[in-house]
Structure formats: C-alpha cells, structure tokens
Design a protein around this ligand. Structure first.
Ligand code: ZN
Ligand code: ZN
Length: 238
C-alpha cells in the first residue's frame, strides 16, 4: 500500500490538528445507502483526505467483492485518497476471521470486529442468552484472540457490542488491556463515533500505550460520513 496514511502512531498525533479521515464506511454494495461514488463525493465535500471503504464481507463474498474493489480503485487519488478495505467478523476464540485470500488480498486494510458471539460449533449464541457482564467478557476474549492474528490491520469498534447492544460500559482495565495488546501486535485501534461514548478517552489511552490508531464513523448513509471528525472537532469543510 502506498499513499497517505490511514493509521497513525497515537503518540505522534497533534490533537489540535487531527488527520481528516474516515476509516469506516459502508456502501450500497452491502447494507449502506450510498454508492461508492456518492460516498466519495461527500467525503471530498467534507474535506476528508483519506477514507477506507471498509465494506462488510464474508468468505462467501467472492461473487461481488472484486467488482467493489475495482470500483474503489478507479476513484481519483486526489483530493481524497480512497483505500479498499473490508470489515469482517471475528469467528472464534482462536482469533480466526471470516475472510479468505481471494478477498483479503484485494484489500489495503483488513478490519476485524466482534459482531456476534460464536458458540464454538459454527453458530452464534442468541444475543438474548448473554447477559451484559458476559457480553463484555466474551467481547474481550474474542478481541484478545484476534489481536494476535497477523492478517488484521485494524480492530473495529472495540467493545462496540457491549456499548450499543448491551448498554454496558466495559471496565477501564479491560479496555486498557486490549489497547496494550493492540500496541504489542501493531494492530490499529479504531476510535468510532457510532460506538464509543468517549472517543477522547480512547485517544488518550492509545497514546499512553503507544498504540496505533485510526478514526471511523461506521457510516451507512451520506449523513454519517465524517461523523467521527465532527465529534472530535476536526472537521474542516471545503
Ligand atoms: Zn461493525
Ligand atoms: Zn461497520
């Protein structure tokens, strides 16, 4: 991958001049509303300099993923650089992720996220059968395991299920432990405007542990593109 950076050493960031990026965008190739082109146009209007199309995919997405990747690659390199990515789920407590080289090889960045709790038999535990404390523990264990997987560039929305689905704030020690481990393995922590109630705290912890960091919105519509920059006060409209 060549081009302007999408992930940063948190300690090297100038907090008064954050990079104008969005590393978490979905489009109409999956469950987003806007097309790749509409998303790009909006990113340019917002003055974003680097974006990652972190499209959802699975091992079985081979029938369309290469067309998506080609479409992103055909976008202009300036004024906004667009990277090809995918957000995949963490599949097991071994840290396996739901992708195969036919897909991951087409990507500049692989983002792995906890989207469900595997039951160890290829299925998922129904969300209602997991209480909030257990959810935190399960999300922690899956993330912990995945951080060791060398295929992963970015850990997407750390503890996102605990915050959003189970309405619980994980203990600071658990967040810190994951950030420390992400730093150890060189995986970037995504600070996400949709999932993280206090993105500034995540930035501080990433600096404390010398972790890599990136910023995303989990945008599924034009209105949400760049949301993380607005939250952090780093927007600058053209
Ligand atoms: Zn996600
Ligand atoms: Zn997402």
């Amino acid at each position: 991958m060549t081009g302007p950076p999408l992930v940063f050493e948190a300690r090297a960031l100038d907090l008064s001049r954050l990079p104008r990026i969005d590393s978490h965008l979905h489009t109409s190739w999956t469950d987003g509303k806007a097309t790749v082109a509409e998303t790009y146009q909006r990113a340019v209007e917002l003055g974003l300099e680097v974006i990652l199309y972190s499209e959802h995919s699975r091992k079985t997405s081979t029938d369309w993923f290469s067309r998506f990747a080609e479409e992103v690659r055909s976008l202009p390199a300036a004024p906004c650089r667009a990277y090809v990515g995918t957000e995949v789920k963490i599949e097991s407590l071994d840290g396996e992720i739901d992708t195969i080289p036919a897909i991951s090889d087409l990507c500049d960045f692989i983002m792995a996220s906890v989207h469900r709790f595997p039951d160890g038999r290829g299925g998922a535990i129904p969300f209602g059968e997991v209480n909030p404390d257990e959810a935190v523990d399960r999300e922690f264990a899956l993330s912990w395991a995945a951080l060791e997987n060398p295929k992963i560039d970015i850990l997407g929305h750390m503890f996102g299920m605990s915050y959003r689905r189970y309405k619980v704030t994980p203990p600071d020690e658990k967040i810190r432990a994951l950030i420390a481990r992400a730093a150890e393995y060189g995986v970037a922590v995504e600070v996400n405007s949709h999932y993280h109630p206090n993105p500034f705290q995540y930035i501080e912890w990433c600096r404390e542990y010398d972790a890599r960091i990136t910023f995303g919105s989990n945008a599924h519509s034009l209105e949400k593109i760049g949301e993380i920059m607005r939250q952090l006060g780093a927007e600058r409209a053209r």
